[in-house]
Design a protein around this ligand. Structure first.
Ligand code: ZN
Length: 218
């Protein structure tokens, strides 16, 4: 799953208005932000295998630290504690976003999502159908964008256009993924792109969100 994770981050702004969208995005996507660094360190493994599922040419051989349910609970509590500003609701929402990554990937992936390192793996394999994948994820994204746009208001051009460009960019990448069956040239290239994307979209969303005000009383 890709934009579905961002959808939850956008929607969460409604219930944690004091938390930056950058933190909410990084939480929902934490598993995928951590993943390329663990690949580079040789602690997790992926293979490029065109046709692995209809949607992705990747075989997620092993990712116990970034993508197991047990570790995501640990990461979620840690992130919530660090970025929750001492508020229990923020901590709970941030932790829930981090853990939600497992639930959403579980729906999409083949049975490759571990419960805990070395533990059994699960997955419903919706990625076997591009149509079904898009039918689930696109409405989620539209709803998330709508909720975020109603919960905040642009203070200036960066808040308006910076945000809209980010939303469009994520959508374009997603549509490109859905339409093309092209595999990345190498695991190294995949790792570099994934690491860059994770950092870029966290920083971009934090920056755009800073230029928007929370709308109260709606
Ligand atoms: Zn993931």
């Amino acid at each position: 799953m890709f934009i579905g994770h961002y959808a939850l981050g956008l929607a969460a702004k409604r219930v944690t208005p004091g938390v930056s969208l950058g933190v909410l995005f990084a939480s929902a996507q934490f598993a995928d932000i951590l993943w390329p660094f663990l690949l580079a360190a040789g602690l997790e493994h992926v293979q490029i295998e065109p046709g692995n599922t209809a949607f992705t040419p990747l075989n997620f051989v092993s990712y116990p630290y970034s993508h197991s349910l047990a570790l995501l609970i640990v990461w979620g509590l840690a992130l919530g504690w660090i970025f929750g500003g001492g508020q229990r609701r923020n901590l709970a929402i941030i932790a829930a976003l981090v853990v939600s990554h497992w639930g959403l990937d579980f729906i999409m992936h083949r049975p490759d999502m571990p419960l805990y390192p070395g533990g059994p793996k699960y997955g419903l394999g919706v990625w076997n159908s591009i149509a079904l994948t898009v039918a689930i994820e696109l409405p989620m994204y539209i709803a998330g964008v709508w909720i975020y746009l109603r919960a905040t208001r642009a203070r200036d051009g960066i808040g308006r256009w910076g945000l809209l460009l980010l939303i469009a960019m994520l959508l374009l990448i997603y549509v490109g993924d859905a339409l093309s069956s092209e595999a990345p040239p190498s695991v190294g290239a995949l790792t570099a792109v994934a690491a860059t994307g994770g950092v870029l979209f966290t920083a971009w969303s934090w920056w755009a969100d800073r230029h928007r005000d929370v709308v109260t009383g709606r």
